[in-house]
Design a protein around this ligand. Structure first.
Ligand SMILES: NC(=O)C1=CN([C@@H]2O[C@H](COP(=O)(O)OP(=O)(O)OC[C@H]3O[C@@H](n4cnc5c(N)ncnc54)[C@H](O)[C@@H]3O)[C@@H](O)[C@H]2O)[C@@H](O)CC1
Ligand SMILES: Nc1ncnc2c1ncn2[C@@H]1O[C@H](COP(=O)(O)OP(=O)(O)O)[C@@H](O)[C@H]1O
Ligand SMILES: [K+]
Length: 471
């Protein structure tokens, strides 16, 4: 798991460490790590550090201090380093002295050309959108310069990934001590480029994890694999209540996801049985015993009774998606004993929360936490950097795989079938949702390969995703 911690947690760990170290030691570690990454980028881009034009955007706090000390290191290696302050009266004094002593200079405006720009405007102390003085510097970052963000791109909220107004878009973000949630969650995550974590000695063992991103091994450990004693019932039968005369394809795609999700059998309930059987003769049709229900994809309107019937089966895990989410009763969901997993996209989440879609998209972490709290259920919020929040509070999972090519009709139906199969195999709501999002994202990448992809191809690529995770 790649784990991210809140600013409050990081600050507490920093205080504890600083109390045991000589003054300035932590910043020296941070600056050394930052300078090393900058030097590596310059060496890769132009062969050497000597003679490179480096511009430091310097904020009033310690983030600016890191940039100044790193700039001093680069200046000692022969780079021409220019610091441009957000506020000339407020620059880290030690950092400024170090830069000057190394031959660096201070300028009032951003030079028109640079090989490398170091964004040291705001770090974890940044609040709200960039103020005009900071925004004006960001706007003048010269085209063609590599941009390295110090700790996080300025303008991105460290705890939430929210971006209010202008923000830096980095090629590389050098972050200190621990990942912050905003580096892994969109819209912030799209601004960070490659993230390099510099160890400054923080001890976060036992600290509360705010956000975690599963990796191959975490997902491999969750995926059910049949053994000699398995039979189709033990592997899990997933019931799919999906599709309508208007949207028969949703049923086919949800079933495709469920079959590729390792279900022992898939049972289909609804008016699209002919379409489902034509494509998948393996499917059982009609009600019967299942180990999990998937309800909602392509149901259309007026099918609330069928959603209610699945939810009333309180001992069987239920995934509710798409049309099944309309008017979903929080009391009913809260009263269930088995896992419930809700899988809205931003529009559906907005309808459940009674806010605008833009509000959900701008504050994805807050939205998914709020929904999970209200419904007391696991909630998977689809979209770029899909999030999965547990009903009882605690660490949210963020999906690191995926591609914008997945934004295609029906790909969400494949995801719900897949997650339903994992619920039927016995995974909890958060595990089923996050493992499904991971596989679905990989399958999307494999199927797309840089070109448009359709939902059926995502389902067809799931075995390859599964194998790549288990390798
Ligand atoms: N605390 C520590 O032990 C360490 C901190 N380090 C660095 O220190 C940073 C945190 O430093 P600070 O706490 O000084 O905070 P920052 O340097 O992130 O920013 C705080 C300053 O920015 C101003 N500011 C806040 N929001 C603004 C906005 N929207 N527009 C314009 N100005 C704004 C504030 O008035 C304040 O003066 C970390 O991100 C990291 O880069 C590292 O040196 C490692 C060690
Ligand atoms: N910009 C994006 N980047 C990455 N993945 C995305 C993006 N937009 C949508 N997706 C993914 O595509 C799928 C679309 O699902 P959904 O919105 O339910 O579509 P549908 O209802 O047509 O199946 C989800 O898995 C979602 O996470
Ligand atoms: K920064």
């Amino acid at each position: 798991m790649r784990t991210a911690y809140s600013v409050e947690t990081v600050r507490a760990a920093e205080r504890e460490l600083m109390a045991r170290l000589p003054e300035g030691a932590l910043m020296a570690r941070a600056a050394a790590g930052l300078a090393a990454v900058c030097a590596e980028l310059l060496a890769r881009g132009r062969g050497r550090v000597y003679g490179a034009r480096v511009v430091l955007l310097v904020g009033p706090g310690d983030n600016g201090g890191d940039a100044l000390y790193a700039g001093a290191r680069l200046a000692r290696r022969g780079a021409g380093v220019t610091a441009v302050p957000m506020d000339p009266e407020r620059m880290h004094p030690g950092g400024l002295a170090a830069l000057r002593a190394a031959g660096g200079r201070v300028a009032a405006s951003v030079p028109g050309r640079a090989d490398l720009v170091v964004d040291g405007l705001l770090g974890i102390g940044g609040r709200g959108g960039l103020r005009p003085a900071a925004a004006a510097l960001v706007e003048r970052i010269p085209a063609g310069a590599a941009v390295v963000a110090v700790d996080l791109p300025s303008g991105v909220d460290a705890d939430t990934g929210e971006v209010a107004g202008p923000a830096v878009t980095a090629d590389v973000t050098v972050t200190f001590g621990a990942y912050k949630p905003g580096l892994l969650t969109d819209p912030g995550a799209s601004r960070v480029g490659a993230v390099r974590l510099v160890d400054i000695g923080l001890d976060l063992d036992g600290a509360a994890v705010a956000l975690e991103a599963p990796q191959h091994a975490d997902v491999a450990a969750l995926l059910p694999v049949p053994t000699a004693s398995s039979d189709k019932y033990r592997r899990g039968v997933v019931g799919v209540v999906a599709g309508s005369e208007q949207y028969p394809g949703a049923a086919v795609l949800a079933v495709a996801g469920a079959l590729r999700g390792g279900a022992g059998a898939v049972r289909y309930v609804g008016p699209a049985a002919d379409a489902v059987l034509a494509r998948f003769p393996e499917v059982l049709v009609g009600r019967g015993r299942v180990q999990a229900w998937v309800v909602g994809p392509g149901l259309g309107s007026g099918r609330e009774a069928e959603v209610g019937r699945a939810l009333a089966d309180t001992d069987v895990p239920v995934l509710v998606d798409a049309d099944g989410l309309r008017g979903l009763d929080a009391g009913v969901v809260r009263g269930r004993r088995a896992a419930t997993l809700l899988t809205p996209h931003a529009g559906e989440a907005a309808a459940l929360l009674g806010v605008a879609r833009e509000t959900v998209e701008a504050g994805r972490l807050a939205a998914v936490r709020e929904l999970a709290g209200r419904y007391g259920a696991a909630v998977l919020l689809k979209g770029s950097t899909t999030l999965v929040a547990p009903g009882g509070g605690g660490a949210v999972r963020v999906n690191p795989t995926g591609t914008p090519w997945l934004a295609t009709a029906g790909s969400g139906d494949v995801l719900s079938g897949l997650a339903g199969a994992l619920l039927a195999a016995g995974l909890g709501g958060v595990d089923a949702g996050s493992a499904a999002a991971y596989l679905h994202g990989l399958a999307g990448r494999f199927a797309a390969g840089g070109a448009p992809v359709v939902a059926q191809e995502v389902a067809a690529a799931l075995p390859r995703a599964w194998r790549s995770v288990r390798d």
